[in-house]
Write a protein that binds this ligand. Sequence first.
Ligand code: HEM
Ligand code: HEM
Length: 236
Amino acid sequence: MKVIRPYQPLLLRFVHGLTTLFLILAMITAYWTYDVYDGRWGQIPLPKFEEIEGIHGTFGLWTLLIFPTLVFYAFHQGRKRLIQRNTLANLTHISQKGWSYHLHRVINTLMLISLTFAVFTGKMMDEKWLPNGELNHVWYLGHLLSWVIMFISLAFHLLVSAKVGGLPFLFSMFNWFYTPQDSPLRWANNLKSYGQNVNFSWVKLWWRRTFWIKWLELLVWVSLVAAWILAMVKEA
Ligand code: HEM
Ligand code: HEM
């Protein structure tokens, strides 16, 4: 019997992998920062390493910098793996075959929303708050909450992906194998011809789409741009 190996486009694996790597490093260092400066909701005795705040800021920033590539990919090339028009209706038929595929699409979409919230609230943080013992700023509490939301979303993302295709499916997102058509040597050309299609009529076509997910995409882009602008205004 021929075994069918799940295959993911290399570009998706690349942007998804880097986002995952930086996010996990940001989440570990975030917990450590919380442990050093706060600890109101529980603590484990980690070393009191105060530089961890700056290290977290760096991993957070790297996540924020790579994330837009995954957002663009997911809402365009990969949009079939996000919520579809019929997804929510299908979710009500739990016993139906393929139910977990629909749930998977909802969780993929949730991942994008959760990470947008985490990086947005991160950009609103002030590095002096925690060393000064100012632990009740609304943005800090929001940023703490974003960690919990991200943790829960990631746990569901892993569980539902495992349910959809087991370990081979999970690993298909992180291996190095690629087909000749998917070779990085072709990326420059592929991106160039894709870029040539992204013009005013492409935007008009996108705008005319009736499915509400375009509003979600717009919200994500507006939040990412606003995060940078507001952070600059705050500093000025
Ligand atoms: C260890 C961590 C992770 C694993 C094992 C994993 C696994 C997967 C798998 C198996 C898929 C499905 C591909 C398909 O439907 O064929 C997927 C898609 C997706 N994942 Fe993850 N993921 C991880 C972390 C993340 C993180 C941190 C994000 C952050 C936003 C994320 C966002 C997404 C999105 C948006 C999609 C849909 C992509 C598309 O539209 O093409 N994942 N992931
Ligand atoms: C999903 C989890 C998290 C992500 C993705 C994340 C991401 C970010 C981002 C993008 C920044 C802005 C970095 C910059 O502009 O230079 C940031 C800053 C910050 N975050 Fe987080 N963060 C997370 C959780 C947390 C948690 C739980 C804490 C609790 C202590 C925390 C504490 C901070 C602090 C103190 C800053 C300001 C540090 C600085 O700018 O040097 N973060 N975070």
